[in-house]
Design a protein around this ligand. Structure first.
Ligand code: HSE
Length: 382
């Protein structure tokens, strides 16, 4: 099975290495025939090309693996490959979350499929487990630590009292962070992963911009100190719940009880948990970021296609996101407290307070009205 690889960065290099090394008989059936790179200095292998048409028009290449990152030209190349009847495997959550309706339609029209295990949870077989669970049960909800960079930052801040910017730099050096690390620390990377999990778990497509999203950019040591003093650990959590006609979905830092298994997920690891009727809660833990774990998930998808074990992509339904039913207590630190008037239960310091039990919609509206770029908000888990 011959593969055209788009992108030779952190993930693309890992895919090439795993396939070239051929550790198992299945992997030895695969061959990276061409590698698309952007610049002359990346032409480090005779298979490298800067011309996408050499991959698109090569009839021997049946699978195009997209590890370029970014929206364009990744989206256009993926669509053109589908229209040529080639399968797509992608690790690019941002691109797929933005264009899944378009790309799935192109896949269905051309009798091929789009695969995205690596786009969510790095090396964890999260998407595969959803497919498997759904053979028996409907998935009702999921929650997860979907971002290795922020988990790494939050753990080192908690355990070592490390400084936010120092640990972000370390995460970048380890290859965990996105090209633009704002996507990690502002929660947008998790937002894309939540959108793709909604697609896989519920067969529903949502507009990513409707997913309420808060990140950890503004977190301070005093927030973590309050959290720890109350027997809690701060994690950036993505959630999704299927309500039939709508989906609730959000990304928000949460103060979890220390005894919650999510509180003990270390470093760049992710954990993602599905909930369904007969299986109940089932959680998967593994490295959520980094070259080889993510490349492993890509190669698993390639082998599924080669073995013809890819579950057909079902029809998807576009549904709205509505977080009115998401109720909770929120910890907020802001100098502009008037926006939260009537919602505050008690102050925990001059600038920080916890709210009464309110809806996420009310909390998000007050946070937006405060218009305070230093505001930090976290949900206090029940
Ligand atoms: N920047 C992402 C993370 C990479 O830290 O989880 C894996 O998707």
């Amino acid at each position: 099975m011959k593969i055209g690889l788009l992108g030779h960065g952190v993930v693309g290099r890992g895919v090439r290495e795993i396939i070239d090394e051929g550790a198992t008989w299945e992997v030895r059936e695969l061959e990276v025939k061409r590698i698309l790179v952007k610049d002359e200095f990346e032409m480090v292998d005779p298979r490298c090309t800067m011309d996408f048409s050499e991959i698109l028009n090569d009839p021997e290449i049946e699978i195009v693996v997209e590890c370029m990152g970014g929206l364009e030209p990744a989206h256009t190349y993926a669509k053109q490959a589908l229209e040529k009847g080639k399968y797509i495997v992608t690790s690019n959550k941002k691109m797929l979350a933005a264009y899944c309706e378009d790309l799935f339609a192109a896949a269905v029209a051309n009798g091929v499929t789009v695969h995205y295990e690596a786009s969510c949870g790095g090396g964890i077989p999260w998407m595969a487990s959803l497919d498997r669970t759904r053979r028996v049960d409907d998935i009702e909800s999921f929650r997860g630590i979907f971002n290795g960079t922020t988990n790494y930052i939050l753990e080192r801040m908690k355990k070592e009292g490390a400084d936010f910017s120092d640990v972000l730099k370390a995460a970048q050096e380890l290859g965990y962070a996105e090209r633009d690390p704002s996507d990690d620390i502002d929660g947008y990377d998790v937002r894309s992963k939540v959108a793709l999990s909604v697609v896989k778990a519920f067969d529903k497509v949502v507009d990513v911009s409707e997913i309420t999203t808060f990140g950890i950019r503004t977190i301070k040591k005093e927030d973590l100190a309050y959290c720890a003093a109350n027997g809690r650990t701060c994690k950036l959590i993505g959630t999704g719940t299927d309500h039939g006609d709508y989906v609730s979905a959000c990304v928000i830092p949460m103060f979890l009880k220390d005894e919650d298994i999510f509180s003990n997920i270390p470093l760049n690891f992710n954990v993602i948990e599905s909930n369904s009727k007969t299986l109940g809660a089932a959680a998967f833990v593994g490295q959520g970021a980094g070259s080889l774990p993510t490349a492993h998930a890509v190669v698993q998808n390639i082998i599924d296609i080669w073995k013809n074990q890819d579950p057909e992509i079902n029809e998807k339904f576009v549904k709205p996101v509505d977080n009115q039913t998401h109720k909770g207590v929120f910890y907020v630190r802001t100098a502009k407290q008037a926006a939260f008037s009537g919602l505050i239960d008690r102050h925990v310091s001059e600038l920080a307070f916890v709210t009464k039990k309110i809806s996420l919609v009310e909390a998000a509206a007050a946070a937006a009205a405060a218009n305070d770029e230093t505001l930090f908000i976290a949900e206090v888990a029940e």
